[in-house]
Design a protein around this ligand. Structure first.
Ligand SMILES: [Mg+2]
Length: 236
């Protein structure tokens, strides 16, 4: 019987692309940005670079922006990094359905958790700005615990905090390696949100694949929920 649903944050509950697009005007104010490029063009380049290099680090993203001619005079990396920290603490765009869905899962008697890679200040700023700070039963941020997805230990740690066994939890995320392989390796069931990396493959096949988080209640039914009709009614 399923007892908990544990989520990834970026791209799963938090609209990272929407947030990057929303801070393009601030990028223009902070640095000398190419006036020939529209906000839409810069947003598209930035989202692409973020998807491609987010696990390599922001210096790679900055290098790609430079290569694509986004800047007239490129910022130094420490200035770019400070800018990102400042803006992500100011602007965070959630998906519209995120909060009602999490609240619905809780009303259905499921525990709701978060396991996210990142630093404490940045991840908690996103949670506060998106109104998600208080909805989770447990929040595990990699920077706080010295463990990082896909290490299965971080998933064990989250289950222990929730007081459940890994087999009683399903993990939902958009990245095959960090989310699906990590959680499946820990013995959890998995739902892959096939949104940002649709071509990605991994060691483990996910138990369910969804294109939008709104499909989650239907996908959860297969894991054995005490009252799946109640779950569906409660979530949407
Ligand atoms: Mg993610």
């Amino acid at each position: 019987m399923l007892k908990a649903v544990i989520f990834d944050l970026d791209h799963t509950l938090f609209d990272r692309h929407g947030t990057l697009r929303a801070i393009v005007p601030a990028l223009r104010r902070a640095f000398r940005v190419n006036p020939e490029m529209s906000d839409e063009e810069i947003g598209a380049v930035w989202c692409y670079a973020d998807d491609r290099y987010v696990y390599d680090g922001w210096s790679y993203i900055l290098a790609y922006l430079k290569e694509k001619g986004v800047f007239v005079s490129p910022p130094e990396y420490p200035d770019y990094r400070s800018f990102i920290y400042r803006e992500f603490a100011r602007v965070a765009v959630p998906f519209d359905h995120t909060l009602p869905m999490l609240e619905g899962l809780k009303r259905s008697g499921l525990l709701v958790g978060l396991v996210t890679n990142g630093q404490h200040a940045l991840q908690y700023a996103k949670l506060a700005l998106t109104g998600l700070e208080y909805v989770f039963d447990e929040i595990v941020v990699s920077g706080d615990v010295g463990l990082e997805k896909p290490d299965r230990e971080i998933f064990f740690y989250a289950c222990e905090k929730l007081g459940i066994e890994p087999a009683e939890a399903v993990y939902v995320g958009d990245n095959r390696r960090n989310d699906i392989d990590g959680a499946a390796g820990a013995g959890m069931r998995t739902v892959w949100l096939k949104s940002t990396n649709p071509g990605q493959t991994g060691r483990y096949e996910p138990d369910a694949v969804i294109a939008d988080l709104r499909e989650l209640p239907e996908a959860l039914k297969q894991f054995g929920i005490r009252n799946s009709e109640l779950l569906y009614r409660n979530v949407f």
